[in-house]
Design a protein around this ligand. Structure first.
Ligand code: GRF
Length: 218
């Protein structure tokens, strides 16, 4: 069977992209990152892709007259890479229905909260303001309903008393780097079955959740 081709779309730092590439390099991805697309020319992730010898393309939203024009250019670039799976890894723009429908069922996103809690922006700040004790990340299939698609994988971390937005974000990011490659691997192995709002992971060990919350002493 051909190795599934993965196209990753980014906007910035690219640490989740780096985690995918590292997993591929060590034989833990079951797929191959064939292309990286960024909507920003200054995205650090483009350098990471280049260091791994992966083709990169910039589709700059700012040079397109409308969201529709940007998204059709983005779709043309994605299609040119002939992906089996498209991963939004820190892509910081909201995608319209036409784009999402085009890739539905083969479009994953990583979001820095335990969805359905905290969709949207500033997830760590909002979690701290609410005083939650457990926070984390979610990999989900993308649907037109923002941050509400079927959940593939989640990772949880404890919120410490002295956490601020920076320390909490760092702890969640570390777990994102484990959860995303696990979810992508399960997809590439053909093990994810979408059943309505739920995703079943068939055959083999669950690679799609991780719990790193220590039990409360006493
Ligand atoms: C991550 O926290 C991801 O969950 C969110 O944007 C951030 C991207 O970080 N969607 P990076 O570019 O992968 O380092």
């Amino acid at each position: 069977m051909a190795i599934p081709r993965i196209t990753v779309i980014i906007s910035g730092r690219g640490s989740n992209l780096a985690a995918l590439l590292a997993a591929e390099r060590t034989g833990r991805l079951a797929g191959s990152v064939a292309a990286v697309i960024s909507n920003r020319a200054d995205a650090a992730g483009l350098g990471i892709a280049a260091a791994y010898g992966v083709a990169t393309t910039v589709v700059d939203h700012a040079t397109h007259a409308s969201r529709e024009a940007f998204e059709s250019a983005l779709a043309a670039t994605v299609d040119a890479s002939a992906p089996d799976l498209v991963v939004l890894a820190g892509f910081l723009r909201i995608l319209g229905d036409a784009f999402v429908r085009r890739y539905e069922g083969r479009l994953l996103n990583i979001h820095p909260s335990l969805l359905p809690a905290y969709p949207g922006l500033h997830t760590h700040r909002r979690a701290l303001a609410d005083g939650v004790r457990i926070h984390g990340c979610t990999v989900h299939f993308v649907t037109p309903d923002l941050d509400h698609g079927p959940i593939v994988a989640q990772g949880a971390v404890a919120v410490e008393d002295d956490d601020d937005e920076t320390t909490l974000a760092a702890r969640v990011l570390a777990i994102e780097h484990r959860v995303l490659p696990g979810a992508v691997r399960a997809y590439c192995q053909g093990r994810l079955v979408i059943e309505g709002r739920r995703v079943r992971v068939k055959d083999g060990p669950p690679t799609t959740r991780t719990l790193e919350v220590p039990p409360i002493a006493g």
